[in-house]
Design a protein around this ligand. Structure first.
Ligand SMILES: [Zn+2]
Ligand SMILES: [Zn+2]
Length: 286
């Protein structure tokens, strides 16, 4: 018997970049769910891979089933395990239809799904607590979709105190001197499914320290025009535009189509990205 091409055997990948750990599953048209333990944030739900249930805040890019198909299961499992209703942030256009799905599922299961659902428009600023702010940006896809940009506030040593010894700093602290100051950085952007226009036209996206960007098409088996027709990014476009528009520390390429193996993708990054960028480019997803 011929093995189905889209079997769900992708497996969880892990990558540590820019002070963050990225964990999850991401294959175009199959399943996408990205977990970031340091931020306690999850991006899309996929089919609820291992570890996903522990995340109480989820930022959703769009409603295609490979990104959101596991939502009802995730909510039911959270409730069954006694975990609090999660906060789920979605594009505003899908709030109402999701409500209908939840109602139907509650009717089928004999128990309501519990969720704090909030809809967002491009440009929205969402305070997530814990020093984290999320910005919803308009990505370019076949359905209403959002890229999520995460700003993190932490405390850093005041600039004028850099170079002082531990003993000196401890003494200042004892005297009641405030030795740190708030530091804000765009720690992460997760694009979801999008055409390259997002990176080309939104400077906030390209400024992220870690940019998790989709690249669905990797060669001529589906060329640039066909990849764009499906609302996705092709490797040729990323190579053409990344150097100019990405200024961060790590560019992580996700959502590879099942046509392309991980080994092929790693090779194409080595061979095709300009030397100045190559060291900052990572392939993610088994
Ligand atoms: Zn997708
Ligand atoms: Zn999609």
């Amino acid at each position: 018997m011929k093995k189905p091409k889209h079997s769900r055997d992708a497996g969880i990948d892990e990558l540590k970049v820019g002070g963050l750990t990225l964990q999850g599953v991401t294959r175009g048209g199959v399943e996408t769910c990205l977990m970031v333990p340091e931020l306690k944030l999850m991006f899309d739900v996929g089919m609820v891979p291992g570890g996903a249930l522990g995340y109480g805040t989820i930022l959703i890019s769009h409603g295609h089933a490979d990104h959101l198909g596991g939502l009802a299961y995730y909510l039911a499992q959270r409730r069954m395990t006694g975990l609090a209703p999660p906060k789920v942030h979605v594009p505003e256009e899908i709030v109402e239809p999701l409500g209908r799905i939840f109602a139907a599922w509650g009717e089928i299961a004999g128990r309501a799904l519990e969720v704090e659902l909030s809809g967002h428009a491009p440009g929205d600023k969402v305070e997530l607590g814990r020093g984290l702010t999320a910005y919803a940006r308009r990505s370019t896809h076949r359905v209403p979709s959002l890229a999520w940009v995460i700003e993190r506030e932490s405390r850093r040593l005041r600039a004028e105190l850099i170079g002082r010894s531990h003993t000196e700093l401890a003494a200042l602290r004892r005297e009641g001197v405030e030795i740190t100051q708030p530091h804000r950085e765009i720690a992460l952007c997760v694009t979801g499914d999008t055409q390259i226009e997002l990176l080309r036209e939104d400077p906030l996206v390209g400024s992220a320290r870690v940019l998790v960007h989709e690249v669905t098409g990797w060669d001529d088996r589906r060329d640039v025009a066909a990849t764009r027709r499906w609302g996705h990014t092709h490797l040729d476009e990323m190579i053409e535009h990344a150097e100019r528009h990405f200024s961060g520390e790590a560019l992580v390429l996700v959502h590879r189509s099942m046509r392309h193996s991980r080994a092929e993708a790693d090779r194409l990054v080595r061979e095709r990205f300009p030397a100045a960028l190559r060291e900052r480019v990572h392939v993610f997803g088994r």
